[in-house]
Ligand binder design. Structure first.
Ligand code: ATR
Length: 269
């Protein structure tokens, strides 16, 4: 039986074990999937031990996605471009292959929600790991990205870093922005604390597609704010399941049903 783990800190809140249980039932593939909370300084020791002792694969969550780049022997283009790894697979029984399925998981969720995701004007709020994970894929589809962040230096750095992949610029003060966006993505962690990033009504209209990369049982505070103007509001549950499904595919060479898994997950949480 393949041994797979989720490495992060904290991991107590993670839905990944439930999602993997749903995938397992859905595909009849049996494997172990355990959460491992790793003290921040011990990432390399604990994860290397896991793979030395027969571990087959892992999901990597905060705060180790960047560190995981250095654990792997090989990296996919997606991992290199986003500079982070959220899934590791043993390759040819020898190497550790690092990949990033956040971007493809996000695009897949836009598809599922019938959101057109090419050549759109997109605003990304936040410039941490979550934003980094989706930007390369969005640029691949010729979208025009504007990024803003509380700490503006970080938005500036990201826009510099990715400008060779497509159209991306940063904006200092969102209140001065007169442009309406087709898609607005909240890539901050504000919703965890029921907060919203500073936003201006100017940027949104009734057609704007609003996506919070966080999810919660009730509407997130960001989506509540968006719902004053737009009915197109979605949280990140679908993306969570999609990125997990692409991880599952890497480990087992079979794709679970994403729609069915989302339905079942919604009933479980
Ligand atoms: P990660 O580990 O994903 O990189 P992070 O670097 O903490 O996480 O990024 C979280 C994002 O949420 C950042 O863009 C952060 O803004 P700063 O770069 O200014 O810290 C944003 N964020 C968190 N709390 C926020 C708040 N109360 N208002 C606005 N932005 C917030």
């Amino acid at each position: 039986m393949k041994k797979i783990a989720l490495f992060g800190n904290p991991v107590y809140h993670s839905k990944s074990p439930i999602i993997n249980k749903i995938f397992s039932n859905n595909t009849n593939i049996i494997y172990s999937y355990t959460k491992v909370n790793i003290p921040k300084k011990n990432f390399f020791t604990v994860s290397k031990n896991f793979f030395y002792s027969g571990g087959y694969g892992a999901n990597i969550t905060l705060p180790f996605k960047k560190k995981a780049l250095h654990l792997c022997d090989l990296l996919t283009k997606r991992a290199i471009l986003s500079k982070s790894v959220n899934v590791i697979t043993r390759f040819k029984n020898k190497y550790l292959l690092g990949d990033n399925t956040d971007g493809i998981g996000f695009i897949n969720d836009l598809k599922r929600l019938f959101c057109c995701y090419t050549k759109k004007k997109i605003l990304i709020i936040g410039a941490g790991g979550a934003a980094r994970g989706i930007i390369p894929q969005l640029l691949l589809y010729h979208n025009k990205i504007t990024i803003t962040n509380r700490t503006i230096e970080k938005a500036k750095n990201i826009s510099k870093e990715f400008k060779n992949l497509g159209k991306i610029k940063y904006i200092k003060d969102i209140n001065l922005c007169k442009k309406k966006f087709d898609i607005i993505i909240n890539a901050t962690s504000c919703s965890i604390n029921n907060k919203i990033p500073k936003l201006s009504d100017n940027i949104i209209n009734s057609k704007t597609f609003c996506y919070d990369m966080m999810y919660s049982k009730n509407k997130t505070s960001f989506l509540k704010w968006c719902s004053k103007k737009s009915m197109n509001i979605y949280d990140g549950l679908g993306m969570l399941v999609s990125q997990a499904a692409y991880s599952f595919f890497l480990w087992h060479n079979k794709m679970p049903s994403i729609d069915l898994s989302i339905k079942i997950l919604k009933k479980c949480i």
